[in-house]
Write a protein of this length. Structure first.
Lengths: 136, 347
């Protein structure tokens, strides 16, 4: 806890004011815009809280993936550079073997989950939700 | 109401230009535009409700139409209005439930863009409402059956069709689609490992056998009108072309297009079975679970590529827009769905 509001708290509080005080008095044609603004603010607040961790864990996972396939690991932790290298390795077939394919899918899944938790946590499947296997 | 709508008509010179053109196109002596209003939605195309009263000629009388023209920005894969008009003519002629196309204007001096006029069908298209309000869809199974049958009627249109000679003929739809998405991803600043993995996964499983039909490429909840619980017509033909018909089945059933009905695989309105029964009743064939999974992965990849294109319009295209920015944020959840499907299929 800090003594004063951080960026996430300011964003969350501003969003609450928008939804509680402004939304009810806005003309109907501006409702959609207001909800979009609230959504953007919620994502920004979550990214402020969870983004650094999500980014760091993604970097660690990508380095481990490259090491697991005996691929050279760049010295820098630049996420953009690492993503490019992982993408090239994927396209070159370096993860086609079933064991590395599973490892890759799992690592990417953890990363995707971390970013979905920021962009739209409602889209995450919890254990109680159907996985889709019975949907047909 | 009439006064209000007339009052809302845009600059009279626009209405006058349309009226002059309509007289010619519909062989009328006189045409009066009583309403010309932008319809909501349509990030890529502009749709306008067009009410016109014509005197003389085969169209004499009052009409409620839709005018469709290019919006300021378009995505690369989008067709021209002339092409879309031709496709709609063929589809409508084949008994597909879709707005009847009426007049095409290729003369850009009328509205500064190509446009066409089609009939205005009744109903509501909003996916989040159709999948949440049972009053709008009292019988989801029946609607899903009709949607399946209607899609099969599109897929019954096969090459060659002289009227569709402008459509490219893919040699291998899945392989070409993967190459196209890769080329797009390669042009971006950042790399996207989950999408890259999805493409690799699809490449290694690309179907060897396929047959080419007309496909809609955006046949999904949100793009069809439902009137009194029944299918009124399918809209937005701007991506249609020759392709593998299973692509449309994957797109329609993909989780990303189920809105508030994620448990209902047929577009969030019903289970898969009634939709496929409708499809099979016309097509005489269905799709295996494995193939459907494959094309659902492709569907999420396609939507992710389009979402990235929309995000680029905001980030780099000089079209600052919160809606486009938020569309870009959908990419995370699409990646997540791609990985969920891959994990399930590889299990």
């Amino acid at each position: 806890m800090t003594d004063i509001s951080d960026a996430a708290d300011l964003m969350t509080t501003a969003r609450e004011a928008l939804l509680r005080e402004l939304l009810p008095v806005l003309p109907a044609e501006h409702r959609y815009s207001a909800l979009m603004i609230a959504n953007g603010m919620a994502i920004a607040a979550r990214e402020h809280r969870l983004g650094p961790d999500a980014g760091q864990s993604e970097t660690v996972r990508m380095r481990n993936l490259l090491a697991g396939c005996a691929l050279p690991i760049p010295p820098s932790n630049d996420a953009h550079a690492l993503r490019r290298i992982v993408c090239s390795a994927i396209r070159a077939g370096r993860f086609d073997e079933p064991a590395s394919a599973t490892r890759l899918t799992q690592a990417l899944m953890h990363t995707a989950e971390a970013w979905v938790a920021i962009s739209n946590p409602k889209a995450l499947r919890t254990a109680s939700q159907p996985t889709g296997r019975n949907e047909a | 109401m009439t006064e209000q709508t007339v009052h809302n008509a845009p600059r009279t010179d626009t209405a006058a230009a349309i009226a002059r053109w309509l007289c010619d196109a519909a062989h009328a002596d006189r045409a009066a535009i009583t309403r010309y209003e932008k319809l909501p939605g349509g990030a890529i195309q502009d749709n306008w409700s067009l009410d016109a009263t014509l005197e003389g000629g085969p169209w004499s009388g009052a009409h409620r139409w839709v005018l469709r023209k290019d919006a300021t920005s378009s995505v690369a894969v989008s067709r021209t209005r002339a092409e879309e008009f031709a496709i709609l003519q063929v589809a409508h002629g084949a008994g597909v439930r879709a707005p009847r196309p009426l007049f095409l204007c290729r003369d850009k001096s009328v509205l500064n863009a190509e446009f066409f006029v089609m009939e205005r069908l009744p109903g509501l298209a909003q996916g989040h409402r159709l999948t949440r309000e049972p009053a709008l869809v009292p019988d989801g199974d029946a609607l899903a059956f009709a949607l399946g049958a209607n899609l099969a009627r599109i897929h019954a249109i096969r090459p060659p069709r002289p009227a569709l000679g402008m459509l490219a003929m893919p040699a291998n739809p899945a392989v070409e689609t993967i190459a196209e998405y890769r080329a797009y991803l390669d042009a971006l600043d950042d790399a996207h490992p989950a999408l890259e993995w999805g493409l690799r996964w699809c490449e290694r499983r690309a179907p060897a056998a396929f047959d080419i039909t007309l496909i809609h490429r955006d046949y999904r909840t949100g793009n069809y009108l439902v009137d009194q619980g029944r299918l009124s017509g399918v809209l937005d033909w701007e991506f249609a072309g020759w392709g593998d018909p299973r692509e449309d089945l994957g797109w329609f059933t993909a989780r990303c297009w189920r809105f508030n009905g994620v448990e209902r695989e047929a577009g969030g309105i019903a289970a898969l079975d009634p939709f496929m029964q409708g499809y099979e009743s016309v097509a005489g064939r269905g799709i295996s679970r494995e193939d459907l999974d494959y094309w659902q992965v492709m569907a999420h990849l396609r939507w992710a590529v389009i979402a990235l294109q929309q995000a680029q319009r905001h980030i780099a295209g000089g079209e600052r827009s919160l809606e486009l920015a938020l569309t870009g944020r959908i990419v995370h959840e699409l990646e997540y769905e791609v990985l969920q499907l891959i994990a399930r299929a590889d299990r």
